[in-house]
Design a protein around this ligand. Sequence first.
Ligand SMILES: [Zn+2]
Length: 55
Amino acid sequence: MRDNQEFCKCKNRPSVYSEEDDWGYWLVCAQCRKPIEDSYTYFNHYDGEDHCDDD
Ligand SMILES: [Zn+2]
């Protein structure tokens, strides 16, 4: 683990990609490869199984 968690500060991002873990996903800048601040999104009702969102 890094001591300093830095976020992307690019003003003009050419593109982003997403990475995910067991609880959610976040966006990463393709230019500097740092995460986009506040981009982390939790999966809804993650239970390890595929299911439909019928809300
Ligand atoms: Zn960046």
